[in-house]
Design a protein around this ligand. Structure first.
Ligand code: CP3
Length: 350
């Protein structure tokens, strides 16, 4: 029996917001906060490849912790990647510098789906759990650790396309021509994600974010038929009591459907005003977001004005987690990210 990791304080600001309880101020973390905009990340990365860093629990823990004190954020997110699950499923994975992720054996047919292997997450992704244990042991109790995975659609789109895509031709071709193979693939991915995320929770993650980063490629009818049951299955399969943030980009037309798939907090990108998004979602969920990530290139006084606008739209309602509407860009000055965190803390203090 391995020793249980020390837990974060259940009453920290971030977890309170996830439960829609009043808190002293609005908590903030930044998607992709553990990454390339930090010079100390680039320094480590000059000595190891991205996948080597992910697979080394000491390095992964070190990167996870980097932004905590530097930025003053209210939560840590595990340094890992949504595509790590693709490798043990048998599709192959590499990150060539500058070229983005490459899946060696794209899945394009029912036969390809049948060839995928069953995944023993402890054996093949145990390095992520080990990193989570090390992070949890090093973090102050007031800072919770967010675990994460890609949502089934976004993971499937990479497995099918073989990398990033503009129009998702292969993904939609499989969906429209062989619905059976599509659902079989989504079910396989969902099974792996449930084990993988519960493994992160057992290792010390106190909240989970599901990234459906490319879901905006679909219209509502396709989301309902081809995606919603699988995202729902993943969220329902997670250990109860651990808040789930369900995030999508370009998903303004899908918000209610994403909420119905599940999640305590719905992540909004910047293409919708936060008050309008929250009104549509209703009182049963919190919201995360939603400053345009490119605002961080403005000068700090403008960053502060725009952060205030987002806070004003949330109007102090319990259940708001401040974040960008998508990940921080790699050339943002660190001082600007710090200015945002400080502004959110000061302007939201109640
Ligand atoms: O948020 C965090 O700081 C935690 C770590 C994290 C990474 N990737 C580290 C990473 C998280 C949460 C992700 C999620 C992820 N990975 C998504 C969803 C993100 C979103 O914003 O919607 C996606 C689509 C991926 C797949 C992926 N991984 C891409 C497209 C890339 C960029 C490839 C490139 O070279 O431009 C990655 C690489 C990656 N993931 C890096 C980091 C820090 C950069 C690796 C490097 O140092 O070269």
């Amino acid at each position: 029996m391995t020793q249980l990791p020390p837990l974060a304080d259940r009453n920290c600001t971030f977890l309170k917001a996830c439960r829609r309880e009043p808190a002293d101020y609005t908590p903030i973390w930044i998607m992709r906060q553990a990454g390339r905009y930090l010079p100390e990340y680039r320094e480590l990365r000059s000595k190891a490849s991205f996948l080597e860093m992910c697979k080394d629990p000491d390095l992964a823990a070190e990167v996870t912790l980097m932004p905590i004190d530097r930025l003053g954020v209210d939560a840590a997110i595990l340094f890992a990647d949504i595509l790590l699950v693709v490798e043990p499923m048998g599709a192959g994975l590499e990150f060539a510098d500058g070229a983005g992720p490459r899946i060696a054996r794209p899945v394009r047919s029912g036969a390809d789906v049948d060839h995928l292997g069953e995944v023993d997450v402890e054996g093949s992704l145990g390095f992520v759990f080990e990193a989570a244990r090390r992070v949890r042991a090093a973090l102050a109790p007031r800072i919770p650790l967010i675990g994460f995975a890609g949502a089934p659609f976004t993971v499937a789109s990479y497995m099918i396309e073989g990398g990033g895509s503009r129009d998702y031709v292969h993904t939609k071709t499989l969906m429209y021509r062989d619905a059976g193979a599509w659902h079989a693939l989504m079910e396989r991915i969902a099974r792996v994600l449930i084990d993988y995320l519960n493994g992160q929770i057992a290792a010390g993650a106190q909240a989970i974010q599901l990234f459906d980063s490319w879901i905006g490629a679909l219209g509502p009818d396709d989301y309902r038929e081809f995606v919603q049951p699988h995202s729902k299955r993943v969220i329902e399969g997670l250990r109860p009591g651990v808040p789930v943030i369900h995030f999508g980009t370009g998903a303004s037309a899908l918000l209610e459907l994403m909420r119905d798939a599940g999640g305590d907090v719905i992540g909004l990108d910047w293409r919708i005003n936060l008050d309008e998004g929250w009104r549509r979602l209703g009182d049963s969920v919190g919201v995360q977001g939603n400053l345009d990530p490119i605002v961080l290139y403005a000068d700090p006084p403008e960053i502060r004005r725009r952060a205030k606008r987002v806070l004003d739209r949330a109007a102090g309602r319990p259940g708001h987690v401040f974040n960008l509407g998508h990940g921080i860009s790699r050339t943002v000055p660190v001082d600007h990210a710090i200015a945002l965190v400080d502004a959110v803390h000061e302007l939201s203090r109640r």
